[in-house]
Design a protein around this ligand. Structure first.
Ligand code: C2E
Ligand code: CA
Ligand code: CA
Ligand code: CA
Length: 277
C-alpha cells in the first residue's frame, strides 16, 4: 500500500511537471497566435424550439497551432487569463465577430444576435467600454445584436465601476447573458443591480437531467427564477431529444447544443443561415 502511495505521488508530480511544461509551451505559442493567424471563430446556433427560429449564434474561439495541434479553449483560455493575454485575444474575438456579423448583414443573412464570451480580466480592464465602443463603430455592427456572455466570476466583484460599465454598454444596446449560471457563486443579489438579459443554464445540470432528480430540481428552479424575473433561460449542451423534452416540460424554450448544431466555421454556418431565410 505504501509503494502504491509513492507511485501515485510520482505519477502526480510527473503529471504536474508535464502540465507546467505544456503551459510554458502554450504561453509562448499563444503570444504569436494572433499575428500568425492561428485563431478562427466557430459559431454555434441558439434556437427557440417553440417556433424553430434562430435566436443567435455563440462565438467560440478555435486555435490550430502548427506543432501543438488543435488546442482546446478550456486549456488555453484559463492560461491566457492567468497571463493577461486574454485581453488581446478577447479584443481580437470581439472585433472579428463584429466584422463577420456586419458582412452577414450586408449579405442579407439573418443570425439573431452574436453572443461573445468575455473573460473576467478582459471585462475588468480599464478601457473595456471604450474598446467595445470603438469596435462597434469601426465595424458598424449594430450594438443591439451583440450579446456579451459573462460568468459569475466577473459579477462577484460587483464594484460601482463594474455596474457603471454594464449600464453604459446597455445604454448603447449591448445585451448581457450570465454564462454557466448556477455553477459560480451562490449570491444572486447581482441580478438586482445589473442589467442582465439572459441566463444560460450550465451544461452540467443538463447532462444527467433525464435520470437525476436533483439536476431536474435545480434546472426547474433556475427556469422559475428566470420566469419570475422576466429573464429568458437558455439551456446549453443539449445532445439528446430526451433532455430537451424534460427541459421543455419545465418551461424552457431556448436551447443550444450538438442536437441543434455543433460550432461551425464561417462557410458551414452560412449554409445554415441561408437555410433559415
Ligand atoms: P462555454 O462558454 O460554456 O461554451 C460552451 C462549450 O460547450 C463550448 O466548448 C461548446 O463547443 C461546447 N458545447 C456546446 N454544445 C455542446 C454539446 O451539446 N455537447 C458538448 N459536449 N459540448 C457542447 P468550447 O468551444 O470547447 O469552449 C470551452 C470554453 O472556452 C467555453 O465554455 C468558454 O468558457 C471558453 N471560450 C471559448 N471561446 C472563448 C472566447 O472567445 N473568449 C473567452 N473568454 N472564452 C472562450
Ligand atoms: Ca459561453
Ligand atoms: Ca456556458
Ligand atoms: Ca461552460
Amino acid at each position: 500500500a505504501k509503494d502504491q502511495g509513492r507511485d501515485t505521488f510520482r505519477f502526480y508530480s510527473e503529471h504536474l511537471t508535464r502540465q507546467a511544461f505544456q503551459n510554458v509551451l502554450i504561453d509562448s505559442a499563444l503570444r504569436e497566435a494572433v499575428s500568425r493567424q492561428e485563431f478562427r471563430l466557430a459559431f454555434q446556433p441558439q434556437v427557440n424550439t417553440d417556433n424553430g427560429s434562430l435566436l443567435g449564434l455563440e462565438v467560440l474561439l478555435r486555435w490550430h497551432h502548427l506543432t501543438l495541434g488543435t488546442v482546446s479553449p478550456s486549456q488555453f483560455i484559463p492560461q491566457a487569463e492567468r497571463t493577461g493575454l486574454i485581453r488581446d485575444i478577447g479584443h481580437w474575438v470581439l472585433e472579428q465577430s463584429c466584422l463577420q456579423g456586419s458582412r452577414w448583414i450586408a449579405e442579407g443573412l439573418q443570425f439573431g444576435h452574436l453572443a461573445v464570451n468575455v473573460s473576467a480580466p478582459q471585462f475588468r480592464a480599464e478601457d473595456f467600454v471604450a474598446q467595445v465602443r470603438k469596435v462597434l463603430a469601426d465595424t458598424e455592427f449594430p450594438p443591439e445584436k451583440l450579446e456579451l456572455e459573462l460568468t459569475e466570476s466577473v459579477l462577484v466583484h460587483d464594484t460601482e465601476k463594474l455596474i457603471e460599465n454594464m449600464h453604459e454598454l446597455r445604454a448603447l444596446g449591448v445585451m448581457f447573458a450570465i454564462d454557466d449560471f448556477g455553477t459560480g457563486y451562490s449570491s444572486l443579489s447581482y441580478l438586482k443591480r445589473m442589467p442582465i438579459d439572459r441566463l444560460k443554464l450550465d451544461k452540467s445540470f443538463v447532462d444527467h437531467i433525464v435520470s437525476d432528480d436533483s439536476d431536474r430540481i435545480i434546472a426547474g428552479a433556475v427556469l422559475a427564477l428566470g420566469k419570475a424575473m422576466g429573464l429568458p433561460v437558455i439551456a446549453e449542451g443539449i445532445e439528446q431529444e430526451a433532455q430537451a423534452r424534460v427541459l421543455q416540460s419545465l418551461g424552457c424554450k431556448h436551447f443550444q447544443g450538438y442536437l441543434y448544431g455543433r460550432p461551425m466555421y464561417g462557410p458551414r454556418i452560412e449554409v445554415v443561415l441561408r437555410a433559415h431565410l
